[in-house]
Design a protein around this ligand. Structure first.
Ligand SMILES: [Zn+2]
Length: 85
């Protein structure tokens, strides 16, 4: 009886240690990588609110509409968006 108890104890201890050690470094590395990737896209690309295309921030048309800064791929889109609002 005691042998089975120890066996269960060892197996559960092994599973706990395995679950603690294995996924952690992989997950945290993925999280950091995806976070930096999202930050890179966020700093360079902006979304056109009218046609929903992503455009580089430098070439986007910047419009301040009701106190908020919006970006558009073209003057046409900004005019259409302003007409819609
Ligand atoms: Zn557009």
């Amino acid at each position: 009886m005691r042998a089975i108890f120890y066996l269960i104890l060892i197996i559960s201890a092994y599973l706990i240690i395995k679950s603690l050690l294995e996924p952690r470094p992989r997950n945290s590395a993925d999280k950091i990588r995806s976070r930096t990737r999202a930050a890179d896209i966020g700093s360079d690309m902006v979304q056109d609110l009218y046609c929903n295309t992503f455009i580089p921030k430098e070439s986007a048309i910047k419009e301040v509409i009701s106190g908020k800064v919006h970006f558009f791929c073209s003057k046409e889109c900004s005019n259409k968006f302003k007409a819609k609002v």
